[in-house]
Design a protein around this ligand. Structure first.
Ligand code: SDX
Length: 393
């Protein structure tokens, strides 16, 4: 049971790997980053602080945080040739494939820092990714709306800089709303890591071939794009809007879900690990009111979401299957209120999850015992048989 596959008597309980980064108790609804409960970090520690915690294992001192933050600010710029990269995509390209392609392309600009076993190179790649992904994400948005790219302003912190590059215009000054920045920073903290979810396991598996950090993160972004994973926050909004269009008839939507109509799921509900309320969803729900009141969000959709949750949580179908709201159920409403289009929601998830992906990749590289080994299979195909020449088939 050295973190490969733990075979328990009577059933296979696959532990993909060991890790010292994030702890989840799915039945109790507990989530801790490096031992710190998520509700003690969200709203109290900044996203840069939590990124430091996940990657280096300890909360930074004030000096360590200041130094880390200033190193990040020096790496927000993209190479001018990489900016040309965005011109090649169609205007209506979804920003997630743009993000994964641009991250993969970063490895071609930094060929001097790709060695996974050279600590200095891993460190500079870590800083470049953390600092440049917000710039890439902002440019993917600007590309989709046909607006000019803004250079990063390094007098701003990571989240503020991202908001300014996303919503600012060259022609006029853009003041970042501190409440908006604080709300987004907290949402990034809530998404920062989550044990061996689909995208993190992808990052580990790709990295286990000694592929460089950029290539591994690019693979993780693609895994996150799936609607059952990071793409769910976009699907939740689309689900709520379709219920709203049909007159807000929640009981008949719930009936369709329970009848398992193809393609009809209660998006933002259920979880592979949490069989209790996702602690992150509870925190997002608490802040949704404040943020929507402050930013003037769509309270009708929020009310619809609340009614949907209330009905689902009192319905045996969902209770028996231990289906509770997950992190994606309310986040989309807040992102919408912040001014992001639905297609940017999963990009925001990727921005939040990046430090977790990096921390897990570094742990796997530094400690082979935490590797996800080469998975095996139970073969169910044809037994051995002899070849039949084409003339006889
Ligand atoms: C994330 O792993 C992580 O940590 C992921 C994540 C992270 O931070 O990285 O937390 C982020 O991906 C959250 C999940 C976002 N996805 C969604 O909200 C999409 C909707 N959810 C489902 O697709 C589903 O709940 C999963 C995939 C998330 C989890 O599936 P499970 O736990 O493996 O459950 P299952 O597929 O085995 O289903 C068990 C039963 C089934 O019914 P029965 O066959 O027993 O009759 O529950 C039903 C399912 O049909 N079910 C749902 C449902 N989810 C499960 N029915 C309706 N709506 C749903 N959302």
């Amino acid at each position: 049971t050295t973190g490969r596959v733990a075979l328990d008597i009577g059933f296979v309980n696959t532990a993909a790997c060991t890790s010292a980064i994030t702890y989840i108790d799915g039945d109790a609804g507990i989530l801790r980053y490096r031992g710190y409960p998520i509700d003690q970090l969200a709203g109290k520690a900044s996203f840069v602080e939590v990124s430091y915690l996940l990657i280096y294992g300890e909360l930074p001192t004030a000096d360590q945080l200041a130094e880390f933050d200033s190193r990040l600010r020096r790496h927000t710029l993209l190479h001018e040739d990489l900016k040309q990269f965005f011109r090649g995509f169609p205007r209506d390209a979804h920003p997630m494939p743009v993000l994964s392609s641009a991250v993969s392309a970063l490895s071609t600009f930094y060929q001097d820092s790709l060695d996974p076993f050279d600590e200095r190179q891993v460190e500079i790649s870590t800083l470049r990714l953390l600092a440049k992904l917000p710039t890439i994400a902002a440019y993917a948005y600007k590309k989709s709306v046909g607006q000019p790219f803004l250079y990063p302003d390094n007098s701003l912190g990571l989240t503020e800089n991202f908001l300014r590059m996303t919503f600012g215009f060259p022609a006029e000054p853009y003041e970042v709303d501190p409440d908006l920045a604080a709300a987004l920073d907290m949402l990034f903290v809530l998404h920062a890591d989550h044990e061996q979810n689909c995208s993190t396991s992808t990052v580990r598996l790709v990295g286990s071939s000694q592929a460089n950090l950029f290539a591994s993160i690019s693979a993780g972004i693609n895994a996150l794009f799936g609607p059952l994973h990071g793409g769910a926050n976009q699907s939740v909004l689309e689900m709520l809007e379709s219920i709203q269009r049909e007159g807000g008839d929640i009981p008949s939507f719930v009936k369709r879900v329970k009848n398992k109509e193809p393609g009809v799921k209660l998006m933002g509900f259920g979880h592979r690990v949490y069989k209790n309320y996702d602690p992150r969803a509870a925190i997002v729900k608490q802040t949704a009111d404040t943020v929507l009141d402050k930013l003037g969000g769509d309270n009708e959709l929020l009310d619809l979401a609340r009614q949907l949750e209330e009905i689902a949580l009192s319905d045996d179908y969902f209770v028996e299957r231990k289906l509770y709201p997950n992190v994606d159920f309310y986040t989309g409403l807040i992102y919408r209120a912040m001014g992001f289009p639905t297609r940017m929601f999963t990009v925001l998830f990727a921005l939040g999850r990046l430090p977790g992906w990096i921390a897990q990749w570094r742990e796997m590289i530094n400690d082979p015992a935490t590797k996800i080994g080469r998975p095996r299979q139970v073969y169910t195909g044809a037994t051995e048989r002899s070849f039949v020449p084409l003339s006889e088939r």
